[in-house]
Write a new protein. Structure first.
Length: 273
């Protein structure tokens, strides 16, 4: 396996690929664990481990990340083979669930052939603004500490994020992010090109409306995307639902662990924001 192979496959399939440093960061830095498999230049499938809260219990889940099949190899079962191997690896590492934000093609394979379930189709919201540019305001992230940790186990199922995980996900990332502090909470914002648009993203949001307003002001872009944890608060902040939805899928790796359909998700939980 080489990261160059993954990047070559993504370039062939999508016309673009992340920088080599970004791929290395994703698979070599995750403090919970990651694995990348490549099959003879035909396809690649990554699995990234994360701590999750499910029914008041802490579990480990494996997330499908950076999965790609070469156009010439589609229909040969490459993704299915790699995914089964990655699921076995994740289960061996203690994961009781497998989860993923997947493309329409990957969703059809996972749900139609590999026993996964479509857990939901969360809708992306956007705030549109009459401005140009594509940058973030504020200093680079120096680090997170315990006050930023999201360790609660109650409520809807969600990712558990301690300071070490947040440091890896945002401070150490080659992508640009900013930490926005506010009274009673914080937000993390990012920026990139999504669906052909230069757009900002609310990647994390802990707190109320004032933190959200600060987060939006930290993004200099014509559009800001979010997965609202509280839709009413985002609507009050000028966000509106878009036609774009994500496919969120899952599978039990341990038959004794429940697979919830109600999740608290943010854009930072994906591998493409």
């Amino acid at each position: 396996m080489t990261f160059a192979q993954l990047r070559g496959l993504m370039q062939a399939a999508y016309g673009s690929a992340p920088a080599e440093r970004e791929v290395e960061w994703w698979f070599d830095g995750n403090p919970v664990g990651s694995q990348l498999l490549v099959e003879n230049g035909k396809g690649a499938d990554g699995m990234s481990l994360a701590r999750v809260a499910v029914d008041g219990e802490e579990r480990v889940a494996g997330f499908v990340v950076h999965a790609v099949t070469a156009p010439a190899a589609r229909g040969e079962g490459v993704f299915s083979r790699l995914q089964r191997t990655n699921e076995e690896w994740a289960a061996g590492e203690g994961a009781s669930l497998a989860l993923g934000f997947t493309t329409a093609m990957a969703t059809r394979v996972l749900v139609g052939k590999l026993g996964w379930e479509l857990l939901g189709r969360p809708r992306i919201w956007a705030r549109i603004r009459a401005r140009r540019g594509g940058s973030l305001r504020g200093d680079e992230i120096r680090g997170f500490d315990e006050r930023h940790s999201q360790l609660d186990l109650g409520g809807r199922a969600h990712l558990i994020k301690d300071a070490r995980w947040l440091d890896w996900r945002y401070r150490d990332s080659p992508r640009p992010y900013r930490l926005v502090e506010g009274r009673g909470g914080y937000a993390v914002v990012g920026i990139g090109r999504h669906r052909g648009l230069v757009a900002g993203a609310i990647c994390e949001h802990v707190g109320g409306a004032s933190v959200l307003r600060r987060a939006v002001r930290a993004v200099n872009a014509p559009v800001v995307f979010a997965l609202p944890t509280r839709p009413a608060a985002y609507a009050a902040g000028g966000f509106v639902p878009t036609p774009w939805r994500l496919n969120f899928v899952g599978r039990r790796l341990d038959g004794n662990v429940p697979l919830p359909r109600d999740w608290r998700l943010v854009l930072g939980d994906t591998d493409f924001f």
